[in-house]
Design a binder for this molecule. Structure first.
Ligand code: OSB
Ligand code: MG
Length: 367
């Protein structure tokens, strides 16, 4: 199918809360939105890069450059087939979030043209996906406990709290004491070193489902060594960027659970391959989040219908993050389950009025 035009927009949407992790803080969601147009249809993709290269090496400005100078021209000259696009841009190293933004837009376009939801296209097996929440570092333990309470009451299936050196054992202990039976996990976003093993081992007593990405993103070997010292399973996020990473992590015992994010791994096809590698190794996966708008969120939900997504993901209700989202119908969980929207492609319609309202600037590309 011929691509007629690609529109690359920069959007800013105010978040309803300050999201604080071990690496930074954000209160405004700034992101690139890709619209890939064929004759009569548009496919949409969201770029999950952030302003600064703290979670990954990519940034919004860098992704904008790579999309505009390399990826969008490749799609405009080579056609709109997402698998062909992936092959064509294969020689371009890294820049996975930039690639995923356009690749997912092409998947959305292709599935809309075929009139099927992406879940059906990729082999999804469920019509709703279990979801939890990811709660940022709070100013006080009291505020964290209140937040946990609210989300447990809302029915979320798993509570994940962010930790950082100095804000770990006491925090987890307080949450566990107050909520003895909830499915609880922690995410360190790579903030610890192998020398911190004793602190991480002290988390073993709290019945956590897993500890997410305790060590540096390059340190698969360190995670394998740490895993031998802990009873609590390790889940990897930042460290898993490819099927090869997943295969090594499985082989050396660096992860017993994997968080899959489409942007972090370079696209929907790559996310599915990692899902398959993990399934083959007996490693359950779940779908992570990057505070996405409805476009990225809807795509995450489609991905999470694959069979090995057996742990609750981070794709919680859009209304937690934004006063108004850019898609219809709204993506809202019911008792900890997110219904898979039934429309074609990502399953939701993009509201152009809202997109326009949040757009800071836009660029158009034609063949
Ligand atoms: O580590 O999972 C992470 C957000 C930005 C960067 C990294 C992470 C996160 C989250 C938020 O945890 C998940 C969400 O609610 O979208
Ligand atoms: Mg994480």
């Amino acid at each position: 199918m011929h691509l007629r035009r690609v529109v690359l927009r920069r959007l800013e949407m105010p978040l309803k809360f300050r999201f604080r992790t071990s690496f930074g803080e954000t209160s405004v969601k700034r992101f690139l939105l890709v619209e890939a147009q064929s004759d009569d249809l548009s496919g949409w993709g969201e770029c999950v890069a952030e302003e600064e290269p703290l979670y990954s090496e990519e940034t919004n400005e860098g992704a904008r450059h790579v999309l505009g100078a390399l990826l969008i021209p490749a799609a405009l000259s080579g056609g709109s087939d997402p698998e062909e696009f992936e092959r064509r841009v294969g020689p371009i190293r890294g820049n996975r979030m930039a690639k995923a933004a356009l690749e997912t837009a092409l998947w959305d376009l292709a599935a809309r043209r075929a009139g099927v939801p992406l879940s059906a296209w990729i082999g999804g097996v469920r019509d709703r996906v279990a979801v939890g929440v990811s709660l940022g570092l709070q100013p006080t333990t009291g505020e964290l406990l209140e937040l946990v309470e609210r989300h447990v009451t809302d029915g979320y299936r798993r509570i994940k709290i962010k930790i950082a050196p100095g804000r770990d054992v006491a925090l987890v202990s307080a949450v566990r004491e107050r909520f003895p039976a909830i499915e609880l996990t922690v995410d360190a976003n790579a903030a610890y070193r192998p020398a911190d093993t004793d602190v991480l081992a002290a988390l073993d007593g709290f019945g956590l489902d897993y500890i997410e990405q305790p060590l540096g993103h390059e340190d698969l070997w360190g995670h394998a060594a740490l895993a031998r010292r802990l009873r609590t399973p390790i889940c990897l996020d930042e460290s898993i960027r490819s099927p090869a990473d997943a295969a090594v992590a499985a082989e050396i015992g660096a992860a017993r659970v994997v968080n899959i994010k489409i942007g972090r791994v370079g696209g929907l096809a790559e996310a599915r391959r990692i899902h398959d590698v993990c399934a083959g190794a007996g490693i359950p996966v779940w779908c992570g989040g990057m505070l996405e708008s409805g476009v990225g969120r809807a795509m995450n939900i489609q991905l999470a219908t694959l069979p090995n997504f057996t742990r609750p993901g981070d794709t919680s209700s859009a209304s937690r993050y934004f006063d108004e989202d850019i898609v219809d119908p709204p993506l809202e969980a019911v008792r900890g389950e997110m219904p898979v929207p039934g429309g074609a492609g990502i399953g939701v319609e993009v509201r152009r009025d809202r997109v326009q309202q949040y757009t800071i600037s836009s660029e158009e590309f034609t063949p």
